[in-house]
Design a protein around this ligand. Structure first.
Ligand SMILES: C[C@H](O)[C@H](O)[C@H]1CNC2=NC(N)=NC(=O)C2=N1
Length: 99
């Protein structure tokens, strides 16, 4: 799958609240803050199950109620539609559109 250009990433992120391009356009990243660790880890569990289904996995860092997610496609060396799709799932989950 081919890498998106910086302009393509910007366009895609217009519809993805909270996500920003990082690492010279090689990743997209978003921070989340939950009420407590259970909420954060429950969210991560739902994302993990979906990631496994998609065979596309996040890089993330969790401390208590905070979660930082980095998405990139290793095999392409940058951001692809797979990252945009997973970011959309993550946002929908966060806003209650996904169970
Ligand atoms: C063999 C397996 O399909 C690959 O290693 C998958 C697994 N999950 C992945 N996740 C991400 N984020 N990028 C990849 O390139 C990737 N590749």
């Amino acid at each position: 799958m081919s890498r998106l250009t910086a302009a393509e990433i910007d366009t895609a992120l217009e519809a993805l609240e909270g996500w920003v391009p990082c690492t010279a356009g090689k990743t997209i990243e978003r921070q989340f803050k939950f009420k407590n660790f259970n909420q954060a880890f429950g969210f991560m569990t739902s994302v993990a199950l979906e990631a496994e289904k998609r065979d596309h996995h996040p890089e993330w860092f969790n401390v208590y109620n905070k979660l930082h997610i980095t998405l990139t496609t290793h095999s392409s060396g940058g951001v692809t539609e797979k990252d945009i799709g997973l970011a959309r799932f993550i946002n929908d989950l966060n806003s209650g559109k996904t169970s």
